[in-house]
Design a protein around this ligand. Structure first.
Ligand code: 2P0
Length: 341
């Protein structure tokens, strides 16, 4: 990346940093695949670990070039990123090709997705490189078009993503993320890596398959609005038990929708269930610990920061757990160098 002090003065590019987020109420299912409009609202905590740093330079080459962690991106990623850059050019009214250089700090094999931080950082860096200023809400809408969960990584701490209404044509405008007032609620999230390998089925495919074939999908979606209200209130008053209970129920019932799809999508592994057993045992022992699971086998355990070492030790002792990471609430997307976003 050309971010050293000597090149910045002459560089036409911009650099942005974004962090991953972990959903406490999950986004699972689209009602518009082109605009990436979700069926339900969702709510997440932006994390303070594993940021993505993305540099975008414009106007120096014929076609877009995409580098991830210093290597040219594969064909599928290149197609997805260049499609997103076309959208940015439509919005900004610019035409020049871009050189994207994105670096993820998540360790290889950590089993943590980077599309949320990746597209949030790309949206911010690309707009800044094309010299186009967006409000945070506009940036969130734009990041959503790259990957749904990226709209939440635009903001720090606790964040809700509004699904948008059903007004014609399709309500791109109503679907964006915004911060949730959280006072000094500052829980820890212990992430237990059960399997750091790639997914057999992408979350994009799995969620569509679930919407189309699972008889449990609509009942799951129907309960989300009420849980979002309860969750927002619980975060506002710093009620870890209520936040944890809602989050654990939401994640397990999301996996139930997948298990009932035809054929089933099963991300849960034997090791995942053993971590859930350990979390239940911690609770029996008087520790407030609650699990959430994304579209994969790894488990994130929400707990009081005073208990984080004890929780991390309990899960890391399990033979199925290859690594643990401890996260807290983290910052929103920032442009760190180059033109202002
Ligand atoms: C979430 N996940 O709320 C949920 C929970 C996975 C499980 O957002 O198709 O990669 O790019 O919009 O954002 C993963 O889905 O999907 C996801 P696309 P994305 O964090």
């Amino acid at each position: 990346m050309s971010t050293d002090a000597t090149t910045l003065d002459i560089d036409t590019g911009a650099t942005a940093v974004a962090h991953p987020n972990m959903a406490l109420i999950k986004y699972w299912g689209k009602r518009d695949r082109d605009l990436i409009l979700p069926v339900t609202g969702s709510l997440s905590m932006t994390l303070d670990i594993f940021p993505t740093t993305t540099h975008v330079r414009v106007g120096e080459q014929e076609a877009d070039t995409i580098a991830l962690d210093g290597r040219p991106a594969d064909e599928v990623t290149t197609r997805r990123v260049t499609g997103f850059l076309r959208l940015v050019r439509d919005i900004t009214g610019r035409h020049e090709a871009a050189a994207v250089d994105s670096v993820n700090s998540v360790p290889t094999g950590a089993g943590l997705a980077s599309s949320a931080s990746g597209f949030a950082a790309l949206a911010a860096a690309a707009c800044a490189a094309y010299d186009h200023s967006l409000t945070p809400r506009e940036l969130s809408r734009l990041a959503r078009r790259g990957s749904g969960s990226a709209c939440r990584s635009v903001f720090g701490d606790f964040v809700v993503w509004h699904p948008g209404g059903s007004r014609p044509p399709r309500d791109d405008l109503g679907s964006y993320a915004e911060p949730v007032p959280a006072g000094d609620f500052d829980p820890a999230m212990v992430i237990a890596i059960v399997d750091g390998g790639g997914k057999a089925v992408s979350s994009r495919k799995a969620m569509q398959h679930t919407v189309e074939t699972s008889p449990f999908y609509l009942p799951w979606a129907a309960g989300i609005a009420a849980d979002l209200e309860r969750m927002r209130a619980a975060i506002g008053r710093g009620d870890l038990q209520e936040v944890g209970r809602i989050a654990e129920h939401n994640a397990l019932s999301m996996h139930a929708t997948m298990l009932a799809a035809r054929p089933a999508v099963r991300y849960l592994q034997a090791g995942t269930l053993r971590v859930l057993d350990a979390v239940a045992a911690l609770r029996t022992g008087g520790i407030d610990a609650y699990a959430t699971i994304d579209a994969g086998p790894n488990v994130a355990v929400l707990c009081d920061p005073r208990d984080e070492i004890r929780v991390a030790r309990a899960v890391s002792e399990l033979p199925d757990v290859s690594a643990t990471h401890i996260a807290h609430r983290g910052p929103g997307t920032t442009v760190t160098a180059g033109a202002a976003a």
